[in-house]
Design a binder for this molecule. Structure first.
Ligand code: 5GP
Ligand code: MG
Ligand code: MG
Length: 179
């Protein structure tokens, strides 16, 4: 797999250090509360697993799956719930865990849905942010890395369902897309 990577953009060590910092901040901000931490599948699953280990408050977790780009690298603009939550968010402090915010379409849709279900608060933590891709006005409450407008893979993020198991963030060689 390393052969398919043109450049390692963010190393495993840098990611883990950032997650320590995010975890410390979230532990402070959610002190005395019992947040429901929601992983947006599939991309956020690796980040979710590492992040919750660094949040030192009692919390619960749940998972939601929404439609993604498929094998393409650009957003279709169509967001659909493929797997819904198992528990109610009513009256809960919800923390959405995202892998990356690009256009912002996925997240704005999710926030609308969760607020409509009467969560008492909805915040977002994203590991990566690509502000250049934004088509809706939306910011995460907590952001790991702001990155340039390139398509990244690894650490949960895929290209055509591959590369999610890379422990770092890389940029693919152009030849991979034309296969
Ligand atoms: P948005 O709706 O903000 O445009 O995109 C959100 C989703 O698109 C992310 O959760 C992720 O699944 C996918 N995505 C956006 N940018 C990238 C990228 O650079 N690499 C990968 N692998 N997926 C991306
Ligand atoms: Mg995502
Ligand atoms: Mg994807």
């Amino acid at each position: 797999m390393r052969n398919d990577i043109e450049e390692v953009l963010i190393s495993e060590e840098e990611i883990q250090q950032k997650i320590l910092e995010l975890g410390a901040k979230l532990s402070d901000d959610y002190k005395g509360r019992n947040p429901l931490v929601i992983c947006v599948l599939k991309g956020a699953f690796v980040f979710m697993a590492d992040l919750v280990k660094r949040i030192d408050v009692p919390l619960e977790i749940d998972f939601m799956a929404v439609s993604s780009y498929g094998a393409s690298t650009k957003s279709s603009g169509v967001v659909k719930i493929i797997k819904d939550l198992d528990v109610s968010v009513e009256g809960r402090d919800v923390l959405i865990v995202e892998d990356i915010i690009d256009s912002g379409l996925t997240l704005s849709y999710l926030m609308e849905v969760l607020r409509g279900r009467s969560a008492s608060s909805v915040r977002v933590v994203t590991l990566f942010d690509k502000p250049a891709g934004r088509t809706v006005d939306l910011e995460a409450d907590y952001t790991g890395f702001v990155i340039p407008d390139a398509f990244i893979v690894g650490y949960g993020l895929d290209y055509a369902e591959k590369y999610r198991n890379l422990p770092y963030i890389g940029i693919l060689k152009p030849a991979i897309y034309s296969n």
